[in-house]
Ligand binder design. Structure first.
Ligand SMILES: [Fe+2]
Ligand SMILES: [Fe+2]
Length: 353
């Protein structure tokens, strides 16, 4: 065992980071997805891993970065999306409040890297590097134009990148990825440095897309950072949606970024989804929200509006299998001790516990 004089900041970081080590990497690798189901893992923020019954693995918006790490940073730069939106300049206290549950450098099997848009919490240079270093096959990096521009800037070979715009369909083994319109108005007010936006019409299709992942286990709709839009109804009419993900959070005063609980219920209803799963509310200290609000409002409205979907409250690092888990409302990590009393106890006397 190491002694205190051998311990350094580096040994601490190596031993303790990422917080989950390779635990989740191993769970995902070992999972054998049952026929006609699809397995999903939430890796935090809007990041999720999708695995099919044909052992196809797709990583969407995986992000291994952090938020604020010091109080000493300068104000937001003019041109930051939140500065553009709010007219504020004070640095936002967006600390990352979830552990890192996956080790990007231990990912060994992957079929596609997918991004919805180029915001810093949806694309990751460490993950891009890990994929290029450790995955033998030349798997594609799929995203809208500005995401691809960023990957290329980082050094991802251009020929590995696939630009998608709404309407495009990309086949990754047994999964059909349909790119759809995004309604991410925060992305629309994101500029590279200060650019006057008044009177301009930014091109959403270059910046962000939503996706539908069609699998033999069901269709997964990823609204990513989309705000609420009546056009969810169009997507729901044109496509069969089983599970839908949306970005939930408590918007600070002066900000319209995350969907509210009511927005998300309306989204799931409009998409004609079977399951609604809120994401994103977990990650930022200044946007956290209690997802049970969604359950409370769902219960108020489900009978009168005859909702046809179930909301599901997940936990980062947890697995959700569709349709197996279609009727669950809340996730709990495995609680363990399934083998209790299979061996002799070692306690002083029987009645003490
Ligand atoms: Fe975003
Ligand atoms: Fe985001």
């Amino acid at each position: 065992m190491a002694k205190v004089n051998e311990i350094t900041k580096d040994t601490w970081l190596r031993a303790m980071f990422p917080e989950w080590g390779t635990y989740l990497n191993e769970l995902i690798e070992d999972e054998v997805v049952k026929p006609n189901t699809v397995a999903l893992w939430w890796t935090g923020c809007m990041g999720f891993w999708l695995k099919t019954d044909q052992n196809t693995n797709i990583a969407v918006d995986l992000w291994f970065g952090s938020g604020k790490r010091t109080t000493k940073t300068a104000n937001m730069l003019p041109g930051h999306q939140m500065a553009n939106m709010s007219g504020g300049r004070l640095q936002q206290p967006n600390l990352r409040v979830q552990p890192h549950v996956l080790d990007p450098f231990e990912v060994k099997k992957l079929d596609a890297v997918v991004a919805t848009h180029y915001h810093a919490d949806h694309m990751d240079i460490y993950f891009a590097a890990a994929v290029l270093q450790n995955i033998k096959e030349p798997i594609p990096f799929i995203g809208p134009q500005e995401s691809v521009d960023l990957w290329i800037k980082w050094g991802v070979p251009k020929e590995r990148c696939i630009v998608v715009k709404p309407g495009d369909v990309i086949k990754v083994k047994d999964v059909e990825i349909v790119a759809l319109d995004s309604f991410d108005r925060t992305c629309l007010v994101t500029t590279n440095g200060y650019e006057p936006l008044a009177g301009t019409i930014p091109d959403m299709d270059q910046k962000a897309v939503n996706y539908l992942f069609k699998t033999s286990g069901g269709n997964i709709y990823d609204a990513a950072d989309s705000h609420y839009s009546i056009s969810f109804a169009e997507h729901g009419k044109k496509h069969k949606v089983d599970v839908c993900f949306g970005a939930f959070g408590e918007n600070p005063v002066g900000i319209a970024d995350k969907q509210t609980s009511v927005d998300l219920l309306r989204m799931a209803e409009a998409l004609r989804a079977k399951v609604l799963i809120p994401l994103h509310y977990d990650i930022w200290a200044n946007f956290m929200s209690d997802p049970k609000e969604i359950l409370a409002i769902y219960d108020m409205k489900k009978d009168v509006l005859q909702y046809q979907f179930t909301p599901f409250i997940w936990q980062v690092g947890g697995k959700y299998t569709y349709p197996t888990d279609a009727n669950l409302r809340e996730y709990h990590h495995r609680r363990g001790f399934e083998d209790c009393f299979e061996e002799e106890q070692n306690i002083p006397f029987k009645s003490m516990l």
